[in-house]
Design a binder for this molecule. Structure first.
Ligand code: ADE
Length: 271
């Protein structure tokens, strides 16, 4: 996969040298390039923003500067003329974007080329996303959560880490991707423990010491259900009832939840 990131703070992306993403680059799984947006400015002050039409606070990033930058980055891969240019997917992190989820991370992990446009100030002139959509580029405006950051860089780091760990060969043991939170089961992950068996007066749950794999799997699923109901009732409501077995239904019942009218919901919901 190739990833390009454009930002006025390229140093902000330094963590992409580290850890799992850094290793993916060293292993040749990921070809990552960070660009300074100001390299595409033409004036003495290297201006990237201006005041908003219609008034209001703050500054808006100019579409002309972004257009030159993105044309350059989207085209730069054509430098190898023998190879046809793989279609790029333009990602614009913004608090007004669609929620970034594990499903979207999985979709992005299937792309060959991602380009991140990191805005600052009040955001990027809206014509930039429109223009590239019209030109046939897939554009995703994504939010990493319901809060406002000072720019898209931290959000791009989040999205890139979530995507790159899904690329084949990046996570050593792919099984560790199977049972994690936000996986196919729709449940939060169960709690995990390691040595020592007793720490700070707290013991590891006895069941995990028994070596009884089926009972351990059942316990983990029950705790995952309990956590999901308590911490993320929105995820609990979205569970697919056809994926729940009789033991799941018993556990949900103890927690005050049930399957009613084809949906998972609290016993007393709306009654
Ligand atoms: N830029 C500023 N806030 C953001 C958020 N919550 N998600 C993505 N990009 C952002």
């Amino acid at each position: 996969m190739r990833i390009d990131v454009v930002s006025i703070f390229p140093e902000y992306l330094a963590p992409l040298e580290l850890s799992l993403v850094g290793k993916a680059r060293a292993a040749g799984i990921l070809d990552l390039h960070v660009h300074d947006l100001r390299d595409w400015t033409t004036d003495r002050h290297r201006t990237v923003d201006d005041t908003p039409f219609g008034g209001g606070a703050g500054m808006v990033m100019r579409p002309d500067v972004w257009g030159t930058a993105l044309d350059g980055v989207l085209g730069s891969i054509a430098a190898a003329p023998a190879a046809p240019r793989p279609p790029a997917h333009l990602v614009i992190p913004t608090p007004s974007g669609a929620p970034f989820t594990q499903r979207i991370a999985e979709q992005l992990a299937g792309e060959q080329h991602l380009v991140f446009a990191c805005g600052r100030y009040e955001g990027i002139d809206a014509r930039v996303a429109d223009h590239y959509r019209e030109a046939g580029v897939v554009v995703s405006e994504l939010s990493i959560g319901d809060y406002v950051l000072s720019g898209g860089e931290a959000a791009a780091l989040v999205v890139i880490e979530a995507v790159v760990r899904l690329l084949p060969g990046v996570v050593g043991n792919p099984e560790s991707l199977v049972e994690e939170s936000h996986g196919d089961a729709g449940l939060l992950e169960y709690p995990v423990y390691t040595k020592p068996p007793e720490w700070a007066g707290l013991a590891v749950p006895d069941i995990l010491m028994t070596g009884h794999h089926a009972r351990i799997a059942r316990w983990r699923r029950d705790v995952a259900l309990e956590r999901t109901v308590e911490r993320r009732p929105d995820l609990a409501r979205a569970l697919d009832p056809t994926l729940l077995d009789a033991a799941d239904l018993d556990t949900l019942s103890v927690l005050g939840w049930e399957v009613r009218d084809g949906a998972v919901q609290p016993h007393d919901d709306g009654l």
